[in-house]
Design a binder for this molecule. Structure first.
Ligand code: ATP
Length: 584
């Protein structure tokens, strides 16, 4: 075997690769970069020499033919077929007391190796998320007594295992044992693997673009631009453990970004939120449907829409499924929902915005009052929050260890907090920061206002989740129903937003179902009611009688991000799309 005589070149240490990542993340100043580079080179050389010394010392007395030669190396079909017939294929999370002393086969990523002298290598194996276990490859000596069926593990095998590049995908055969003491660094802490065979199925490069240690730290910077660090930043980082990286570095190293347990926990919560949304609405009689992404008219008004040539006309990417939710109600459905992409051509470089996000949308018939819609949306969101608490406690805890956050305060059932827009503004004027003394009831809230309101509500009502109802007419789109009871000179709508930790996560309300009223509002808002798409939209309400209805749109990315108090919504998306970032 090639490995026997030509062991792989020593791998870069985690620290070196981490330093590479720091440089990527920070874009060092010239002086700091040179200094760091020289230091890294010196350390790499030192590590290489040490490895060479161990290699010479450890192999000089060994027989020419490695007796363990078929138990390690790059995987081949023959080697993979050599696993013992009685070894059980297991996943790390399924290992239990019943496996102690038994042979198992695991396929996992090797996340770390550590040599202890020449006779023992510790290897950490990780499956999805943070499911990791400690493995030990310990030399048994080369001579084998006759009739001894125990596998031989040579020092060469130990050395080889200890030099596998981190993040290679491997398969091992091992006996499950109890460690002397729980292995604190691994989630599977009560068991360890005594490895007898180890094969690399897919090798990682010697140097990773971003180490796992860096990938699993809090992202430091969300700008789409490379940011120059302050003088001495690298030295400071070096002192405080593995360096963190910017969002750009994370996205440029998408595989390591996605492999990090913290990102996988965020993704798991995202999946759970979708299930919880779907389950709750299905239980309440809602039917799922798929609105189109390619549409012929901007559904949220003319601005902020991606336009593209479409044969001999223009098409747009849907800014929301608004029209289509309403068409479903007009088309004889009483309650509908959809989960799908929403596109906004906004040059908004904020932690709250992306050019593509996932909308959780619903629409329903109103029997008596649009507060039926508000209650349903409160219900589904509280079901989501409580569901995360119940089903994702381990993920939340893991995420909090990287992105610390305060416990989310939720209202007791029946004690949900609903303020009117005017009440919210009054609260801000009277009890909010000085700069909000003059906020008006007829103007939309700014983001700092929303955050200040969130803090006031938390303080006063002990909840991080609440609704603000009756938004002023000027702050809502043309399909929002104006409250017939509002003052003509201060019109408000039957429309609301919902907030989580002081940030908007939902917009909803009653829609106009009467075609004449709708046409008048569209005209009032400065949109031509005869323009393409709009004419057809109004026409739908003329085709047959449409019941009063309302609904809402929830931003999935924001629900996940603000529930977890992440610094940016970009962390909650699988592949965040921003004005400057379309790849990967
Ligand atoms: P904002 O004022 O924060 O830009 P909006 O009022 O334009 O949001 P809506 O059109 O009401 O938002 O969309 C419904 C929901 O979709 C919002 O409450 C939010 O959760 C989410 N959302 C809206 N725009 C974005 C975006 N650009 N990126 C991520 N989520 C968004």
């Amino acid at each position: 075997m090639a490995e026997e005589t030509n062991p792989p070149a020593p791998v870069s240490t985690g620290e070196n690769a981490a330093a590479d990542a720091a440089a990527d993340a920070a874009g060092p100043s010239k002086k700091a970069a040179k200094k760091a580079e020289a230091k890294a080179k010196k350390e790499a050389l030192k590590a290489q020499r040490a490895a060479e010394r161990i290699a010479v010392a450890s192999t000089s007395n060994e027989p020419e033919e490695d007796p363990a030669k078929d138990f390690y190396g790059p995987a081949t079909p023959a080697l993979l077929a050599s696993f013992s017939a009685d070894a059980e294929d297991v996943t790390l999370r399924s290992i239990s007391e019943s496996h102690i002393g038994k042979k198992v086969v695991i396929r996992a990523w090797l996340q770390n190796t550590r040599m202890q002298g020449a006779k023992m290598a510790f290897v950490e194996l990780r499956e999805e998320g943070n499911w990791a276990i400690q493995g030990i490859v310990a030399a048994t000596g080369d001579a084998k007594a006759e009739g001894d069926s125990a596998p031989v593990i040579s020092k060469r095998m130990v050395k080889w295992a200890g030099a596998v590049n981190p993040e290679s995908f491997v398969t091992v055969e091992a006996t499950v044992e109890k460690p002397f003491a729980p292995v604190k660094s691994c989630r599977v802490s009560d068991f360890e693997l005594h490895i007898t065979k180890i094969f690399v199925i897919a090798a990682a490069p010697a140097t990773l673009g971003m180490t796992m240690a860096a990938a699993n730290r809090a992202v430091t910077n969300f700008s789409d631009e490379e940011v120059k660090p302050e003088e001495g930043a690298q030295e400071k980082e070096a002192e405080s453990g593995p360096p963190a990286a910017s969002m750009l570095t994370h996205l440029d190293n998408i595989v390591m970004h996605k492999r990090s347990p913290v990102q996988q926990a965020i993704a798991d919560i995202r999946v759970e939120v979708k299930h919880l949304f779907r389950d709750y609405l299905r239980e309440h009689g809602f039917k799922e449907f798929e609105p189109p992404c390619l549409i012929g008219a901007a559904s949220e008004g003319g601005a902020n829409v991606f336009a593209m040539p479409y044969f001999n006309q223009k098409a747009y990417l849907a800014q929301s499924p608004q029209f289509y939710k309403q068409f479903e109600i007009a088309g004889g459905r009483k309650r509908v929902f959809s989960i799908g992409p929403v596109f906004r051509a906004e040059n908004s470089n904020t932690p709250r915005h992306m050019t593509e996000f996932t909308g959780l949308d619903m629409e329903m018939e109103i029997r008596k009052d649009y507060h039926e819609v508000l209650s349903m949306l409160e219900g589904v969101l509280l079901h989501i929050f409580r569901g995360i608490e119940k089903h994702c406690a381990a993920e939340v805890e893991l995420i909090r260890s990287v992105y610390p956050s305060q416990e989310l305060l939720l209202p007791e059932p029946g004690k949900e907090v609903r303020l009117t827009f005017a009440e919210a503004q009054k609260l801000l004027r009277e009890e909010g920061p000085e700069e909000f003394r003059n906020v008006r009831d007829d103007e939309d809230m700014s983001t700092p206002q929303e955050k200040a309101l969130g803090a006031l509500v938390r303080e006063k009502y002990k909840t991080d989740f609440f609704a603000v109802d009756k938004f002023p007419e000027a702050a809502r789109p043309f399909y929002a129903k104006v409250d017939p009871a509002s003052k003509p000179n201060e019109p408000v709508t039957n429309a609301f937003d919902m907030f989580l930790r002081g940030q908007e996560i939902l917009s909803g309300g009653e829609r106009i179902a009467d075609p004449d009223e709708l046409e008048a509002r569209i005209r009032f808002k400065g949109v031509d009611p005869t323009s393409a798409g709009i004419k057809e939209y109004i026409g739908v309400f003329r085709q047959a009688g449409v019941p009063p209805h309302g609904g809402g749109g929830i931003g999935l990315d924001r629900v996940v991000a603000w529930y977890l108090a992440l610094p940016s919504v970009h962390l909650a998306a699988y592949y965040p799309r921003t004005p400057k970032k379309l790849l990967p």
